[in-house]
Design a protein around this ligand. Structure first.
Ligand SMILES: [Zn+2]
Length: 122
């Protein structure tokens, strides 16, 4: 009788300890979420992407607005200055580069105006 009780206890111990451990072992072999390992800027970028911001560092091309002095194309930046590349004509083969400084709207040689606007850091 004592032997039977030991066998039942072992079987219960197997079910309660060994099987869940085996299942966890399978889960441990899956690839971890990159967000758990990312730090610094990479983590901020992943969190911004998760929040729905697909361009956290403003790397996408900005569509030109009217481009007049009163209604310039707004260029976001976290810094006091930024380089802007203007494609002056639709089929231009070269880009006109110009520095844009905070509180100083600037006119490209094609006549288009740009203005730097402040953007908060991530
Ligand atoms: Zn231009």
């Amino acid at each position: 009788m004592a032997s039977l009780c030991r066998q039942i206890l072992r079987a219960n111990a197997f079910r309660s300890v060994i099987l869940p451990t085996a299942r966890r072992g399978y889960a441990d072999k899956m690839m971890p979420d990159p967000l758990e390992h990312a730090t610094g800027l990479e983590r901020k970028e992943l969190l911004a992407l998760q929040a729905g911001n697909d361009d956290p560092f403003n790397m996408k091309v900005v569509k030109k607005s009217a481009g007049t002095r009163e209604n310039p194309t707004l260029v976001p930046s976290c810094f006091d200055a930024r380089i802007v590349g203007c494609i002056c004509e639709e089929h231009a083969t070269a880009i006109t580069w110009l520095w844009l400084h905070k509180d100083q709207p600037r006119r490209c040689e094609c006549g288009h105006w740009y203005k730097l606007i402040e953007k908060p850091l991530l």
